[in-house]
Write a protein that binds this ligand. Sequence first.
Ligand SMILES: [Zn+2]
Length: 353
Amino acid sequence: MKHAIAVFLYVCAHYLGLNLLLKWWNRDKVRILMYHGIRTVELPTSYSTQVTQEEFDWQLAYIKRHYTPCSSEALGDDSKKAKPYRVMITFDDGLENVYTDAQPVLARHGITGIVFVLPKLSIERECIWTDKVYDLLVHTKAAKLDLTIFELGRHRLEKLSVVERAQLAFSLNRKVKWRPLTERQKVVAAISEQLAGRDYSIHPAFRLMTPEQIQELAAGKDIEIAPHTQTHQILSSLTPEQQREEIQGCREQLDQWGVPRSRVFAYPNGGRRDFTDQTVEILRENGIDYAVTTIRGHHKPPGDRYRIRRFDVSDSTSRWEFRAKLSGFYFILAWIEDTFLGGDTHKRPKVKQ
Ligand SMILES: [Zn+2]
């Protein structure tokens, strides 16, 4: 659906009272927002996983005014006493700017959030590989990128604008995502070698929290720290043994750091095909009672506890869209678009000027 038409419909929904009606209709559901980073530093283009601190502040104020912020306790609570209009805030990956830029805003509003962390990557001071590919492409001064040995083409970068380079990063990430781990690592290493040589240091917006920062947040009252695996592999692409290493290893490392045990887990990538029944079994063995996905929608407790829906809030989420996602109007439009208009809103590229 064209962006302008979608905005027009969101505005109509607001002024015609549709948002209010749907908010009431969905009153027993928990709206789980999925954030990644909250940034105060500029990036060369809009980047879907990084919301500005100013916008995050507005969003929390809006939630406080119109909804009921809640903690992870709400995930299984379908009792009569459960409050209506519940909203839960989650952050995937454990970026450092959650510590520096999100936590103070959460504390100011008195809202708690869940942060899903990757202990092994934190220890190794690594970042999420997709962020790295974006960072390398938008910041490089190199003139070309040759990935022909991986069948990913040869690219003349000096001819591309920064937005086109960001789009190239997204398209490379999408193509590489499902390749075996060792091959994917080779692709990322080749991109890094050609675009940054030995000088590469990760942009502050993409750094993960240090183990000390994770422990500090866990000891405070604004954040619940929860597992997101050790290294962010797509679990369905791993053997059961490797899955166990990722899930149990993550839990054991968090235990070792003295992080209070969380009953919630987030699947890396989080789509329907990104985990298996075996994954759920391993989660159960590790004391996990709830697992959140990136399948979009609201969650009606108790529901399917290992396929909990969320929705993303990104750099390109306008305030109108934000209101429509909370009320549920957004999901009706997305369903109409996907079913009747041949759209695939879930896979829509998220780069804009
Ligand atoms: Zn993630």
